[in-house]
Write a protein that binds this ligand. Structure first.
Ligand SMILES: [Zn+2]
Ligand SMILES: [Zn+2]
Length: 327
């Protein structure tokens, strides 16, 4: 376990192995390793499979008809807002109750020992969880609903082209396979932008007050950050896809962060793993700020010199770099 300069343990839990990236970018290339990585993303990590199923259920049963959506009216927009809020409550709320209230697995696979902050003036209502819930719903779900309404209304008015699953099954599969690459690239560059001193100080700081994160921290962001962060599904206005793909893309952007910020690497039932959850890569970003802007699907952090592999050496290097930039 890593110890810092004062001899105290930095992490309650950290993975044994160094952080690894998508082998697609290794040279020489190993096709089998690449295929296994990309398939594993969707099959072995069952929450991604759950998101695909959710996408179909939501578009089929929980979305108004195209005829209704030709005109933007308060009633159906409110329904979509309430449906999205419910979905976030179901996922982030359940994870929070299981991991942080009931503490069903104790500190097992928890990155940091500390608990979510209470009586802390940095947070609205002096409470980190209530603060995070406020920003997630008022900012996160509002922007999510806005992008979804924009897409659905454009679809209903036939302003954009679609590629239905029945006619383009391969394209549908290709989108699913490429989501991690699209999102990994988009996230890295918008995240670097958000660390520009002005944007950081006025916008990104809302998310970064959470050094220790929980499920509600995922899209607990300033509205401008949510507008930038949730913009990757705009690609479907340019490249046609099935509408279910857009719903899945929006779920990945908004609901998945409840897992990635849960503070626990795995969700366990006694000794059995139920799901993979947070990744150490992003946890390191919340702790050290100037590293790991992207994710492990595209090694942009390695290529652009912002990678932190979780070791003490990497922390020391980062500190030296900071000191040099200050002096
Ligand atoms: Zn984050
Ligand atoms: Zn950041």
């Amino acid at each position: 376990m890593a110890e810092n300069a004062t001899g105290r343990k930095t992490w309650n839990y950290s993975p044994d192995e160094p952080i690894r990236y998508n082998p697609l970018f290794d040279w020489p290339i190993h096709p089998l390793k690449v295929f296994t990585w990309m398939i594993k993303r969707w099959i072995s990590i069952s929450r991604f499979l759950m998101f695909i199923i959710l996408g179909f259920v939501i578009y089929q049963y929980l979305t108004p008809s195209l005829q209704t959506m030709q005109h933007v009216t308060f009633d159906w927009v409110l329904l979509i807002f309430l449906r999205n809020t419910t979905l976030l409550f179901l996922v982030a709320g359940s994870l929070h109750l299981y991991l942080h209230v009931r503490k069903a697995q104790g500190d097992s696979f928890k990155f940091l020992k500390q608990e979510m902050a209470i009586n802390n003036k940095r947070f609205k209502f002096n409470d980190q969880v209530y603060d995070n819930m406020f920003w997630s719903i008022a900012s996160g779900v509002t922007v999510w609903t806005g992008y979804e309404v924009l897409y659905l209304c454009s679809l209903a008015k036939e302003w954009i082209s679609v590629a239905p699953l029945a006619e383009h099954p391969l394209q549908f599969f290709f989108w699913i396979l490429c989501f991690p690459l699209i999102r990994g690239t988009h996230f890295y560059f918008i995240h670097r932008l958000l660390h520009h001193p002005f944007l950081y100080q006025h916008v990104h700081i809302t998310h970064h007050r959470n050094v220790n994160t929980g499920p509600w921290s995922g899209i607990s962001m300033h509205p401008i950050e949510n507008l930038i962060y949730q913009s990757s599904p705009l690609i479907h206005f340019i490249i046609p896809s099935d509408p279910v793909i857009v719903i899945i893309h929006l779920i990945l952007v908004t609901v998945n962060p409840a897992f990635t910020h849960s503070g626990f690497e795995k969700i366990m039932n006694k000794e059995t793993k139920i799901l993979d959850s947070a990744d150490f890569h992003h946890q390191l970003h919340h702790k050290y700020f100037d590293c790991n802007y992207g994710n492990m699907d595209v090694p942009l952090d390695v290529w652009l010199g912002t990678h932190h592999d979780g070791t003490d050496e990497a922390t020391q290097k980062l500190r030296m770099k900071k000191r040099k930039s200050v002096t």
